[in-house]
Design a protein around this ligand. Sequence first.
Ligand SMILES: [Mg+2]
Length: 280
Amino acid sequence: MTQGIEPTQLYDAYVFDMDGTIYLGEDLLPGAERLITELRQREIPVRFLSNNPTKDPGQYAEKLDRLGLPTAVEEIANTVVVMVRWLQANHPGKTVFPIAEEPLVRALREAGIAISEDPAEIDIVIASYDRTFEYRKLQIAFDAIWYHQRAILVTTNPDKYCPFPGGRGEPDAAAIVAAIEACTGATLAKNVGKPDPDMLTAALAGLDVDPRRAMMVGDRLGTDIQMAVNTDMVSTLVLTGDSTRVEAEALPEANQPTFVLERIDHLVPAAQRAELGWTD
Ligand SMILES: [Mg+2]
C-alpha cells in the first residue's frame, strides 16, 4: 500500500463496487458523478459490481439513472447474474432451493434452473441475503443437507451485513449461511460473490482489457480489495463505506490495497484535476 499517495495515471478500465463506493443509501458519494462522467468522456470503460442479490442488474441501472448516472444494464454485474452463470457452468440439470428474494428466484426460473422446496430432491441450497428468511426455509435446508445427506450449501456473497447511512445496516447472507452451518455441520462449498474471481470475470466480460491494466475500486477490504488481490489487479480502497485506513494498514502487505483515498474522484490524478478545475 502506498499510503498517502494517489494514482498518478489513469487505467484502461475501472470496476466499481456500488454500496459505500458510488453511493450510500439514496445519495451519490462526493465526486462520484464527475469522476464517472470524466472517465466516460475519455472513453475509459467503467463497470459496476455488487454482491447484493436483492436487486438484479436492471434494478441497479434504474437506481444509478435515478441518482444521475445513466448506466446500461450491460455495465452492471451482481451475484444474481453470477450465481445463475455458475450453476449453468458447474451444475447443469441440478435442482436448487434458493433462500433468496424475488430477483434471484426470478433469474433462476428464467434460466430454466429447477427449483424445489422438497428436501428429497434438492441438490443445492443457495443461501443469500434474504429478508424473508424464516424457520420454514431453515428446516428445508436442514432436511436437504442433514437428513437426506444430499444437498450442498453455496452462497451468493460472504458479507456479514449491508451498510446503511448513519452507521446502521442489515444482516446479510453470512448470517443465513451461519444458521445453516450451525445446525447441519455442513461447510460452505462455494461463494460466487466478491472476493471470488468469478465476479471480476463477469464484470470484465466483453471488454478487451488486460485485467492488470484495470483498477478495482471498493469500500470493503475482505471482498472488493481481496478480489483484486486474488487476481493481481491494482486496487483502491475508498474510505466512504465500511473499511477504515487503520484496518487496511493492519493487513499483511500482500493483502493491502494499492491506494487508499478519502474521495473517489482522486482516482483522477492531481494534475488532471487541476486542469479540470476540480476542488474537493
Ligand atoms: Mg460496498
